[in-house]
Design a protein around this ligand. Sequence first.
Ligand code: ZN
Length: 363
Amino acid sequence: MPVSARRYDEDDVRVRPNRRGSRPRTKERPAHADAVPALVVEVDRGRSTCLAEPGTPAQRTVVAMRARELGRTGVVVGDRVGLVGDVSGRPDTLARIVRIEERRTVLRRTADDTDPVERVVVANADQLVVVTAVADPEPRARMVDRCLVAAYVAGMRPLLCLTKGDLRPAQEVLSTWAPLGLDAVVTSRGPGGELLGLEGVLERLRGRTSVLVGHSGVGKSTLVNALVPDAGRATGHVNAVTGRGRHTSTSMAALQLPGGDGWVVDTPGVRSFGLAHVQPEAVLHAFPDLLPGEEGCPRGCTHDEPDCALDEWAASGRAGTAGPARLASFRRLLAARRGGERDEERPRERDRDHSRDREAPED
Ligand code: ZN
């Protein structure tokens, strides 16, 4: 959808705030001490589907709009918010989001490598599950690396989930990432076409909020449907809120695992991570064994230049026996951060705009 045709919401048509000093601030912005706590599970063009009082007997689904007083701060899936107004959750009611709690983790991306605008994709997630097939389609190491950078920078635990393990020994693929010491899990198809290895995946999802990323054809939708059988992500349905028919798997949503112990965030709009906002420093912090070696680096070192002290540090053995291999992996991640769209499918324009629509700009 072209930007000009984008649906307007309350942020686009904004009434100028009162002139400074015309009214005391405290009266304009009440504290909303009575706001009801809620978890944002889906955001669709300014309307957020929230789970109010999650985990209590009063848990219910409430649709809400962001209050104007939040300014430009966007609401994203995973946000913990405060709701006021009609918080009953009855059909055709609309509550207001008046507060966004401080985010524990923030998964960000720039829309692409030339766009400096950072967007928050998901808030408060613990784990980034990079779903890739061992074959058909061939794994894209660069795309995996970019996801890993995004996870490290967000402070999220990365998990490699290799699908189609029946087509090729997973170990051949995993060797690429061995120096990183990643946790990995493999699923495959059984003789009757059934999905095997699901228990191993579930084990790693329990008690966590996990974001699943992966490009088309790797079996991510199959995996999500198997993990959350009631979600109906792959089939179209009529949205209960807007009454419009749509294909649910195009929007980002947090899905609760059966039994309630954990959340899975499916990210259909996210095909890759633009990483223009990521500094080498932020990636290095994911390598605590290499980090002390930085002391000898020239000021503003890119850690990818002849004077970089990390080579000497790794060669000295002080980073452990795996040091040199870890340094090579670190540098590969740094390289993947730059201009990484080259060897990836370009998302179609329509999808790009669509995914931008889903993401809130960050202040
Ligand atoms: Zn350096």
